[in-house]
Design a protein around this ligand. Structure first.
Ligand code: NDP
Ligand code: GDR
Length: 346
């Protein structure tokens, strides 16, 4: 039986929930951190049915507090730390750049400092992101493609990434950075575009919503299935050496394509017409407008195209994505139809 102990920061988030499930299945004792708010929401670990698992311990913790980070690591003395906590919404990072820098950037440093001071044998995973490639300098993007972040979120994540590399090189800490491209699931937050689309498509199908409003339909993303990506995180910390790895599918599609796919998954065919701010999509059966562009969802600077090649992760970790975008989209649409039919949707 596995006696390992792991800290996962951000257990209330999408990846935190799936990674907790994975590590519990492997026999780990998991210390999942959540931050104090007036209404903490554990719906994701509840949906996975693991909230009362005997080897899961929930700990209140804020990533921005250095003292709390040292105390957490001192108390738990874990074998592994997975730093998934972040202000992770790119759009909000333009409105709250300082908060994003504190949580998403300095937060990672606080944990690295805790490891440096408490126990340098602890293995550390940093949740890095394809947003660091931003205005892309090569297609597809790989581990050594030059970075060019395009948002306060991307810049903060780049700081955290380089601090992970720096602590690896300076103090011999086993710090690995996973440059993960967008990964989605039925547990994705509704502020992100895929889940916003699948939840709205379900509501339109059930007559609970008339029109879905979106921003830039031309943005291209490399979307994979989150449950498979957390397996990649775990594999990075089981490797012989700490390193940096891209996890991606090597396929890219536009937001518009995802919209079309999601409606199809609910049995609705849509036709797009117009362009830019006046673009709309119409249900070809009813003739009703079901999608409209609203410029309020545009970002001050956009990441136009992301596509990652995960060849290094395949060669060194034996990791590769399996779920197709069509399967992923269908899974999300069906989950949102079920939830909306049952009268609730997180
Ligand atoms: P989520 O937004 O779903 O989860 C983020 C988590 O961070 C939540 O549990 C949140 O808690 C927690 N958090 C936020 N601020 C703090 C804080 N100050 N102290 C402690 N915890 C905090 O993100 P995902 O699960 O989608 O992503 C996981 C990580 O991977 C993030 O770091 C993200 O930036 C990164 N990433 C994600 C990708 C994706 O496509 N999903 C791709 C690449 C990287 P609360 O519930 O209280 O808000
Ligand atoms: P992203 O994901 O910014 O890539 O960051 P998001 O789903 O928010 O946006 C993807 C693309 O869709 C465009 N878009 C819209 N986005 C949102 N949220 N809402 C809309 O209405 C809308 N309309 C168009 C965006 O402009 C963008 O181009 C996610 C997060 O999980 C990060 O934490 C992570 O690091 C990256 O993925 C990889």
């Amino acid at each position: 039986m596995n006696n390992k102990q792991a800290i996962i920061t951000g257990i209330t988030g999408q990846d935190g929930a799936y990674l907790t499930q994975l590590l519990l299945d492997k026999g780990y004792t998991v210390y999942g951190t959540y931050r104090r708010t007036s209404s903490v929401n554990f719906w994701r670990i509840e949906e996975l049915g693991i909230q009362n698992h005997s080897k899961l311990h929930l700990i209140e913790y804020d990533l921005t507090d250095l003292g709390a980070s040292i105390a957490l690591v001192q108390k738990v003395q874990p074998d592994e730390i997975y730093n998934l906590a972040a202000q992770s919404f790119v759009g909000v990072s333009f409105d709250q750049p300082s908060t994003t820098a504190q949580i998403t950037g300095i937060g990672a440093l606080n944990l690295l400092e805790a490891i440096r001071l408490v126990n340098r044998k602890i293995r550390f995973y940093q949740a890095s992101t394809s947003e660091m490639f931003g205005k892309v300098q090569a297609i597809p993007q790989v581990e050594d493609t030059p970075f060019y972040p395009r948002s306060p979120y991307g810049v903060a994540k780049l700081y955290a990434h380089w601090m992970t590399v720096n602590y690896r090189e300076s103090y011999d800490i086993f710090g690995s950075s996973g440059i993960l491209f967008n990964h989605e699931s039925p547990l994705r937050g509704r502020e992100f575009v895929t889940r916003k689309i699948t939840d709205s498509v379900a509501k339109i199908k059930l007559g609970k919503l008339d029109v879905l409003e979106l921003g830039n339909l031309d943005a291209k993303r490399d979307w994979g299935f989150a449950k498979e990506y957390v397996e990649g995180m775990w594999r990075m910390l089981q490797a012989d050496e700490p390193d940096t790895f891209v996890l991606a599918t090597n396929r890219t599609e536009t937001v518009r394509d995802f919209v079309r796919m999601a409606f199809k998954g609910a049995g609705i065919t849509v036709d797009f017409k117009g362009s830019a701010e006046s673009e709309t999509a119409v249900d070809t059966t009813s003739g009703k407008t079901v999608v409209r562009v609203n410029p309020k969802f545009y970002r001050p600077a956009e990441v136009d195209l992301l596509i990652g090649n995960p060849a290094k992760a395949k060669a060194k970790l034996g990791w590769e994505p399996k779920t197709t975008l069509e399967q992923l989209c269908q899974m999300m649409v069906e989950a949102d139809l079920r939830r909306n039919q049952a009268g609730f949707s997180f």
